[in-house]
Design a protein around this ligand. Sequence first.
Ligand SMILES: N[C@@H](CCC(=O)N[C@@H](CSS)C(=O)NCC(=O)O)C(=O)O
Ligand SMILES: [Fe+2]
Length: 241
Amino acid sequence: MLASQFNMGKSNLIFRQLFDKDTSTYTYILACSETKSAVIIDPVLECVERDLKLIKELDLNLLYGINTHVHADHITGTGKIKLYPTCKSVLGSKSGAKADMFVEHGAKLKFGNLTMECRSTPGHTNGCSTYVLHDQRVAFTGDALLIRGCGRTDFQQGAKEILLYNSVHSQIFSLPSDYQLYPAHDYKGLTVTTVNEEKTLNPRLTKTLEEFVEIMNNLNLAYPKRIDVSVPANLVCGLQD
Ligand SMILES: N[C@@H](CCC(=O)N[C@@H](CSS)C(=O)NCC(=O)O)C(=O)O
Ligand SMILES: [Fe+2]
């Protein structure tokens, strides 16, 4: 990823997109190039050594280990990463899980000269959050919005499809159309999209709410293979006794 892809070379964002092929999970390392203050988004337990090695090589100072939500398919790496001095784990305030810090809708997380806005985007889970860097015109959507898809809505009771549809339309599709969007997973080898692409091409979220509900109720996805170990572990930040 070239820095010039963010704000045409004016960016002071160091950006790395990392992939765990076992769970098709993207982890992101973001840092301020001026101060070296950094965050990691959605680390995977099995990849923590790789991530920490890169953080060390780039001479970054890790401040936050952020989970976009309580993941169902893998154990988060934040429990292990927060043993790194200075790093606090972060979760959306409605997650119902443990973390060092909880962020509300509208909260701003600062690292060095960079600011990231937290937007609450529930529906896939109650605590799902999307993180937006306006200066760099980029957002990290977790599982709320996937490239040409979205997170499943069958993990919890109730009309979660309506919640997810409204979250995406009000909090992600309302961003300027050129903003780049990075999801927490991709199952087809894609890496990035834009607000405009998803507003015009997303096969689920371009539909009416009624059609969306129908689509989501007929996905017939198998439950994630590791859900029974992942959710209990992630409720305690990936740290188990
Ligand atoms: N096969 C995978 C799990 C696949 C899955 O359910 N992915 C989730 C995101 S991880 S909680 C999802 O929301 N998918 C939506 C979709 O349309 O694919 C496994 O066994 O781990
Ligand atoms: Fe998820």
